[in-house]
Design a protein around this ligand. Structure first.
Ligand SMILES: [Fe+2]
Length: 329
């Protein structure tokens, strides 16, 4: 594995690491913001002239809330496995017993205490589109009163074994259950500007990128400041396995080991669409992209590809989150 393209979390987490200034392969049209970052445990510190105001983001994904009540009765044949998947967990730092509800509440409390400028909920907040869990989470978010940005993960809209393509199921259950969490934004794509930093959220929870998402990204990345890309599934980086990221050149039916367990259509025979592969190339060629924040894998990690760091959060089902700070020099 190319050491320049991959930085071991194990080494970084204990030491904290200041990355060199951004190295770009293609000549950018305009000078990229000079940014550095460090990682200590689950705290990321960005610092550089691109950041004008101290800014704090709490990023969480993969809570896998699983509450259910009688409203779930008609759907239990589709939700049974995931409803039992993460009922008891171990805290990612203390090792003490916890559970998704407790972890979610504690993370929200911490975000409020730290006066976070934005809370990012990056998918798999729910193990399936449970009405009881949706109601509970919305009540907790309202109580916290903190601005938040939500994008779906592959479980948020998935009732296992329910007929339909992944994009059909996503469209149906986003509309029927998840819609309030988008707060009026387009479920597939949105952005939020916080203190001169633009957070672009794209839904890649089917593993594919849609043409309208590419157009959205192209338009909104044209921004006189640093941009952070938020998605549920990490983007492929060399050296990582096929299941790790969206945009792996070998992704497709041959490598799909999970479709029977998850009772979903197999990944396509032809692999990724050209749109997805081209988008992957575009992302890692974006001059003002200072990082990607993702989840899905349930193991915290960091890769640096073409000078752009991609962070995967520790799962919130075990209390995990990323504390992301942007600081002026
Ligand atoms: Fe997950």
């Amino acid at each position: 594995m190319n050491r320049r393209n991959f930085v071991s979390l194990a080494a970084l987490a204990s030491l904290g690491l200041a990355a060199p200034e951004r190295v770009l392969q293609a000549a950018p049209r305009k000078k990229p913001p000079v940014t550095n970052f460090s990682l200590t445990h689950n705290t990321i510190r960005y610092f550089g002239e691109a950041f004008h105001t101290p800014t704090r983001i709490v990023f969480l994904s993969d809570t896998h809330l699983w509450q259910s009540d009688e409203r779930e009765d008609p759907y239990r044949q589709y939700s049974g496995r995931m409803a039992a998947a993460y009922n008891q967990t171990q805290h990612f730092q203390t090792g003490q017993p916890t559970n998704p509800m407790q972890a979610f509440e504690e993370t929200l409390k911490l975000a409020v205490q730290q006066k976070a400028d934005l809370l990012i909920l990056a998918g798999d907040i729910f193990s399936y589109p449970s009405e009881a869990a949706l109601d509970w989470a919305q009540a907790k978010l309202k109580e916290a009163g903190i601005p938040y940005l939500y994008i779906a993960g592959n479980h948020d809209w998935h009732y296992e074994g329910m007929p339909g393509s992944l994009s059909q199921l996503r469209e149906t259950w986003s509309a029927k259950r998840l819609m309030p969490l988008y707060q009026g934004a387009n479920p597939l794509m949105s952005y939020r500007d916080v203190n001169g930093i633009r957070f672009i959220a794209l839904d890649n929870s089917t593993y594919e990128i849609q043409p309208e998402q590419v157009a959205f990204y192209k338009k909104h990345v044209q921004f006189d400041g640093p941009v952070v890309l938020v998605a549920h599934i990490p983007f492929y980086v060399p050296g990582r396995p096929i299941v790790f990221g969206c945009g792996h050149p070998q992704w497709g039916v041959v490598e799909d080991k999970g479709y029977e367990l998850e009772r979903r259509p197999q990944w396509p025979r032809q692999g990724h669409t050209k749109v997805t592969l081209d988008f992957h190339e575009r992302v890692f060629s974006t001059p003002n992209l200072v990082g990607l924040l993702t989840g899905h894998i349930h193991t915290q990690s960091l890769d640096v590809y073409r000078g752009i760091p991609q962070f995967v959060a520790p799962p919130n089902l075990a209390g995990g989150f990323l504390d992301v700070r942007f600081e002026p020099v």
